[in-house]
Structure formats: C-alpha cells, structure tokens
Write a new protein. Structure first.
Length: 492
C-alpha cells in the first residue's frame, strides 16, 4: 500500500533559530522528506535566520551534515539532496535589534503575495521581538502565517503577554501554536477509531471505561537543554501541553465536523471540565520526581544535579498525577498521567482500560478473566493493540489467555510514516489549523496547571528521587495502586 502525497502551494518558509537543534534535527529533515516525496513545489524557498554571520553555502553545508542520517544510502533520497539544498538561504538577524530587517523584508517581498510561514524555533523570550518586527516591516500581511513553539509562557500571566504580543501582529487565524504530539499518526488515528467505527464510541464513557492512562516516557536526560529545563520542569515542559492535549483527544465529545474550530471547541470543553488540583489535594493527586545516577541504554548515566552542574535544584524531571474530567461522559473515571526523563523505556502511549465483565462464568482452572484494554502506541513502533480474552488453543479443557489484536502501522502499510513535524509543517502551508492549539486552549490549560504549581510552592517538598533507568519514584506506583490499579506494561 502506498501513501498518497498531495502537493502544497508554493511557499517561503523562514525558520528563526535556523541553526538550532530543533531546526537541524526535526524541521529541516522533515522538509527534506516532504520535498523528496514530491510535496514541496520546486520554486519554494526555505530561509534560515540566526545571529551568526555565515553565507548561504555555509548554511547549506551545515544542513547537509544534519541530513546525512536521513539520506543514508537510499539512492532516491541521495538524488534529491542537492536540489533541496539549493532551495536554502540564510540571513543573519538579531531579533532584538532593528539592523538588517528592512533588507530581509525586501528580499522576501520579491516573490509578491505568496504564502509566507515564519517558524519561531527560538526561546519564547524572543517571540515578542520577532513578531513586533515582522509587523513593523509589513511581513504579517496577506498569506503570512506564524508558528510558535511551546512553552508558551511559564504560567497564565506570561502566556498572556506572549499571546497579546503575537496577537497584536497577527490575527488568530494566522497563528499556529504547534504541539508536535498532535501530528503523530496514532493520535490522528484515535479520531478515526472513535468516529469512523461504530464499535468503540458507544463504550467510550464511564459506564464501560474503568480508567485511562497516558504515558510519555523518555530515556534521555538534559541533553543540550539544561538552561531551559531547570527553569521549566516536567509539568510545564510536558504536561501543560503534550499530555493535556492527548487527554483532550481521548475525552472530547464528537465534533460536528472535522473542521478546525469544531475540533478545538470540543477540546476546550474538556480543559474547562478538569477538576482543579489545589494545595489541599496536590499531595495525594500529584507526584514529583528527580532522577539520580543509574543506568540507561546499557551504560551508566549521571544524576540530574550532576548533569546540571549544581548541588541543588527543586526542578522535577518526573510528574505523575491523577486528573478527573467532571462531565456526564467521564464522571468518576480517573485519568492517570505520567512523564519523565531517564526512565526505563522510551515510550508514549494511551491506554483505555475497560471495566471487567460483571460476572465470570468460567471456573478457576480456566484462569483469571482480565479486563479489555485498547492501547495506542505513539512512539516508537506506532500502532494499536486491543487486548482481548480468548481460549488457549488445544485439548485438555478450556484455558483463557489475554492476548492482543496487534496492528503495527509499519507492518500494515509498509511505507515511511511521516513524522509529526512533516505533517504539521504542510498543514501550516495549507492554512489548516485543526491540529494546532487556539489561544483559549492555551489559557485553559494554564488555568488548570497554575494551582498545581502554586500548591507545590506551598508544600515546599523536594522532588522524590528515583534511579535513572527505573519507572520513576515509588510514590508514582502508589498513586495508582491505592485505587486498586496498576500502570500498564505490554507483557501484562
């Protein structure tokens, strides 16, 4: 089976922070893949912007080096590399100063009113400066769009400052707040599973669902993000955006249509229905952790403080929490969320755990009757598993087994699955905001996160230590097990 590639209109895409890690590791490789698949028109341009002084050829050499792992030894990709690099240009700009901006604007304007995408792959502290100057030089007009990365602020107040500044330069329809988890194949397949099949939606409620688990686990540590991460932590970095967006996709009501505002309206209702977690119940409903030295990926790794180069930090590298959606569909169904660095396995998944059968007709010799689970694996090995009870084949009595119906995207379709950024970048060019966050979604998410942050400050407890290579502090296990449940593991 082959994937259908639909070309987009000709565009100019400007990456502020064009020499940074995100640009070289995700954005430019994603754009190259889309070009190699024939989706990007030949006369489109990609411009990297950063403060460093370098020529177009210097920049192309840097991007070429970043694309080596993508191209590999595949002849079809090797043939596309040189023409792709020729689409790249570079412009040295300081976002905090006015010098050079007029020349930059004049160069972009040479192609008239074509689609222009400004991707702000920079520190959020530069969002205001960049958008202000784009506005001052008329680069916000016509078919211009701006993409801003998370984190959008550190709390509600700072998020409002950024949103106000970006909103004063661009209309809401021009602003694409990106969360790359929404571009993952499995997340979009969640919509198809729910709303294109009669099988699941009648069961998608508190009558049949016992609980939901959302896990985003990483094996890496700080990498090159120490300065940013220690001022953010896992709650701001992952829960406020990625995990809450996944929660919304699982629990939202069916939208009237697959249109941007219809989908985002339903996600917003979920965020506004989340039961607040304040100082009174934060100790019971949340767990903070910080990794210590241990083993990961077959080798010894240092603890967080060692990587940070400090003797003390109260920044959490792990969060587990119990959320509840107070509406008719989900009343009484807990949503257990967990995310962390230096965990035992790199995995992102959503588990819909259904209620057990009300009465088992089988005797003890048949074995236990396990509850059904629907497991959506976001990464790695994207796919869907539906765990069912079946009879173990063979004579000698009836023995029950808990086994999955397993659908791997790679095996089922046999084609390269576009990474999230590939899909989302093309959606920006098309002007389709369905998989992007609206301002009121960001504000509603921060409104739920702010009291948790305040509660932690009030409690003044240090994050609980956990060994690198484990599944986090033991308190995270206690969080779910005191409700008579356990964290999902594929072998169970």
């Amino acid at each position: 089976m082959t994937a259908k590639t639909v070309p987009v209109d000709t565009f100019d895409l400007v990456i502020f922070g064009g020499t940074g890690d995100l640009a070289l590791r995700k954005l430019l490789p994603g754009l190259f893949r889309r070009y190699a698949d024939g989706q990007i028109p030949e006369d489109s341009r990609i411009v990297g912007v950063a403060r460093d002084k370098q020529s177009d050829d210097d920049y192309r050499a840097k991007v070429n080096e970043a694309l080596v792992p993508v191209v590999g030894s595949e002849p079809s990709l090797q043939a596309k590399l040189a023409p792709f690099l020729q689409k790249l240009g570079y412009h040295a700009l300081d976002a905090t100063k006015d010098e050079g901006w007029q020349g930059f604007a004049d160069e972009l304007m040479t192609h008239g009113d074509r689609i222009r995408v400004f991707y702000l792959s920079t520190s959020p502290s530069l969002f205001v400066d960049i958008c202000t100057r784009l506005n001052a030089h008329g680069l916000n007009q016509g078919k211009s769009r701006v993409v801003i990365e998370k984190p959008i602020g550190k709390d509600s107040a700072s998020a409002a400052v950024i949103n106000d500044a970006v909103g004063s330069a661009f209309s809401e329809s021009q602003i694409f707040r990106i969360d790359h988890y929404l571009g993952k194949e499995t997340v979009q397949n969640l919509m198809a599973l729910r709303f294109a099949n009669i099988l699941f939606e009648p069961l998608w409620n508190s009558n049949y669902v016992d609980h939901v688990q959302i896990t985003v686990a990483e094996t890496v540590g700080l990498e090159k993000r120490a300065g940013y991460y220690d001022t953010s932590g896992a709650l701001r970095d992952m829960v406020q955006n990625h995990l809450l967006q996944l929660l919304c996709m699982v629990s939202m009501e069916p939208p009237a249509a697959m249109q941007a505002d219809a989908v985002r309206d339903e996600k917003l209702k979920v965020l506004r229905s989340l039961r607040p977690i304040d100082a009174e119940d934060a100790a019971q409903m949340t767990v903070r952790g910080q990794y210590r030295a241990g083993a990961s990926n077959g080798g010894a790794v240092p603890g967080y403080l060692t990587e940070l180069g400090r003797n003390d930090s109260r920044t959490e590298t792990f969060v587990a929490l119990k959320a509840e959606v107070d509406n008719w569909r989900w009343a009484g169904v807990p949503f257990y969320l967990r995310t962390g660095k230096r965990l035992a396995e790199r995995v992102s998944e959503i588990v819909i755990a259904f209620r057990p059968v009300p009465h088992s007709i089988f005797d003890q010799a048949s074995g236990p009757v396990m509850a059904n689970k629907l497991v959506l694996r976001l990464q790695p090995d994207e796919g869907v598993k539906l765990w069912l009870m079946i009879k173990d084949p063979g004579p000698g009595g009836l023995r029950l087994q808990h086994v999955p119906l397993d659908m791997s995207f790679a095996e089922a379709f046999g084609v390269h699955q576009p990474e999230a950024y590939e899909r989302l970048l093309m959606d920006v060019v098309r002007g389709n905001p369905t998989l992007f966050m609206r301002r009121d979604e960001v504000e509603a998410a921060w409104k739920w996160i702010d009291p948790i942050l305040a509660a932690w400050e009030t409690l003044r407890e240090a994050p609980k230590p956990y060994t690198a290579g484990s599944w986090g502090p033991s308190a995270a296990v206690a969080l779910i097990e005191r409700d008579g449940r356990t964290w999902h593991e594929d072998a169970t």
